[in-house]
Design a protein around this ligand. Sequence first.
Ligand code: ZN
Length: 312
Amino acid sequence: MRRRSLLALPLLAAALPRPGLAQAPGRPLAVASFSILGDMVRQVAGDQAALRVIAGPDTDPHAFQPRPSDAEALRGAAVLVRNGLGFDAWFDRLARAATAARPPVMVTATEGITPRSMEAHAHSHGGMERRQQHSVGPRRIPDPHAWQDLRLAQDYARTIARGLAAAGIAAPEGEAFVQRLAALDAWVRQQVATVPEARRRVITAHDAFGYFGAAYGIQFLAPQGVSTAAEPSAAEVARLIRQIRAEGITAVFVEAATSPATLERLAQEAGVRVRGRLYADALSPPGGPAATFEAMVRHNVGLMVPAMRGEA
Ligand code: ZN
């Protein structure tokens, strides 16, 4: 009897939840496909849900390749949150593989949003489209980067709050978050209004700011298409260099989580200076300049506005 209990004790201890695991006992688990959505879930749910993020800070969600352990992270989730519009299709595959036994609520943050369409550049998603491009000309595809428009980000927050509710998770901070995003939207408009209209042009690594540009009246130019998956063509880079020189564009940026090489070369050849790193598709780690979605927007606008104005 005594021996049995001695044997049983370590087994029992091993089965208890270990401190430091994300999923505290009793708290339902929410899993978000990438860091920006993860922060939105956190802002909306507060501490009502345990949270896991698959494509974390400083990780490019376009090029993300899930590992088997990522499928494991979805196990037991009450709710899954994805962007949709083709952005995080890898997350759908993970979800199918990991959660067959008890399907969680799947939230598509862009549900109900009318997407912008964008030109699928020849290189946007690799070989297949490149071949199609040569035979059928530019194709239009939905632009997935809708979070960059802060009015649409408010829709994201409401959609996430509804999805959490459907999974039995309270969203006590949801309305406060929506209000902060509305205030942030007004602040961005104020900031952009200080830039002369003719100077509202920004060059960055890939077409991530279409919604931002449309919402706030800024023209974004990028050598790389909607995805970060492939190299831009030499012709496209040369065209941008001519445009920078001809129009006196001063706002040139690299992007976090993507290679800076093309933009640095482009800036050098055009004789302008790279003005810093914008955060487009991923947050920075905690302690960085874009650790939350709101901090990301303030960081980006704080760099873009003086750069567009041509200030030193
Ligand atoms: Zn992107």
